[in-house]
Write a protein that binds this ligand. Structure first.
Ligand code: AVI
Length: 321
């Protein structure tokens, strides 16, 4: 899926030459934190693909089951002549399930920063829907967008944001992002967004601590990436992954922990890690239906319809003005 993501708190994805400054700033702050878009280099994106196949990571399977069961009904609600603008389209597997049911879509606008993932997603789509106009945008969807002029006037623009990637933003950022989508979709438009649901702690923690250790490798790949791209000297064996569910905040919080006191070179900076010091790298927020309706309301949106998979693990929500 190669999802490109996504800020932890205030960090914004920087131009490449600012990577060092962003990392240094995060490692100077107390507590230390790093932005979660750092997960998604080529290796990290491949690891995320593998996470989606792990038996404990129910999110992807649940969302696909949901689309299998309800895509026809969803398409009916969206109506004909839709322009589908997809945030973080990646390989766009789920999009195909939806497009199979959409009547006369005007265009698919995949927004994806990774050119490799964008190409892959477009190839698959061209094969399945040779007549579908595709208008790719190789940009960061968190930034202001200039949508391409559609080939014909759509009846409505729908922003599609699957995968519960919205959960990787904190509340303030998520509301900001929904507000941005609201202005992009226009008066008659809508937002179709995947939102993972609150559930028992053990199911949630297992999903982010799979037995095969793929999620742990995904997390530690951030340090490997900093070694590769910034010439840091993180010793991967001296750190570990920890994902725990903060029930009060309703989110999985993923940290990288230092196994011992150690110093690491980050550019000209020598960063001291204390034994057991934790560095925040990701939030994965989980919602009740009420939580999500409240979040939508902050962004000036109302939930029109909610679909869930047969086990009620995951939701797809249609928001309008
Ligand atoms: C992309 N995003 C929705 C994933 C999630 O579940 O928060 C990223 C992830 N992190 C660890 N496992 C998966």
């Amino acid at each position: 899926m190669n999802v490109q993501a996504y800020a932890v708190r205030d960090e914004q994805r920087p131009p490449d030459n600012q990577l060092l400054q962003v990392v240094q700033r995060g490692l100077r702050s107390q507590p230390k934190r790093l932005p979660s878009w750092l997960f998604y280099d080529e290796q990290g994106s491949a690891l995320f693909e593998r996470i989606c196949e792990q038996p404990e990571y129910y999110l992807t399977r649940a969302e696909i089951a949901l689309l299998d069961a309800h895509a026809g009904e969803i398409a009916e609600l969206l109506g004909p002549d839709v322009r589908l603008v997809e945030y973080g389209s990646g390989h766009a597997v789920k999009t195909r399930l939806l497009l199979e049911h959409l009547a006369d879509p005007v265009a698919w606008v995949p927004i994806e920063l990774s050119s490799e993932a964008l190409r892959h997603g477009m190839q698959g789509m061209e094969q399945h829907f040779p007549d579908l106009p595709i208008q790719p945008l190789p940009v960061d969807f968190t930034r202001a967008l200039r949508l391409p002029v559609p080939p014909r006037a759509p009846r409505r623009t729908v922003v599609y944001f699957p995968g519960s990637t919205i959960g990787n933003f904190d509340e303030r950022e998520a509301a900001q992002l929904l507000r941005k989508m609201r202005s992009e979709m226009g008066d008659n438009g809508g937002i179709l967004v995947g939102a993972d649901l609150k559930k028992d702690k053990s199911t949630l923690e297992s999903a982010y601590n799979d037995r095969a250790g793929v999620t742990a490798a995904f997390t530690l790949n951030i340090l490997a990436r900093l070694n590769r791209e910034l010439g840091c000297n993180f010793e991967l064996g001296a750190f570990r992954h920890r994902a725990h569910y903060n029930a009060m905040a309703g989110r999985i919080e993923t940290h990288i922990l230092s196994n011992r006191e150690q110093r690491v070179r980050v550019g000209r900076l020598q960063v001291l890690f204390r034994e057991e010091e934790a560095m925040l790298v990701e939030y994965s927020c989980k919602y009740s239906l009420e939580d999500f309706a409240a979040l939508a309301a902050v962004a000036g949106l109302a939930v029109q319809q909610v679909w869930m998979d047969p086990q009620s693990m995951f939701s797809l929500q249609y928001l309008t003005r």
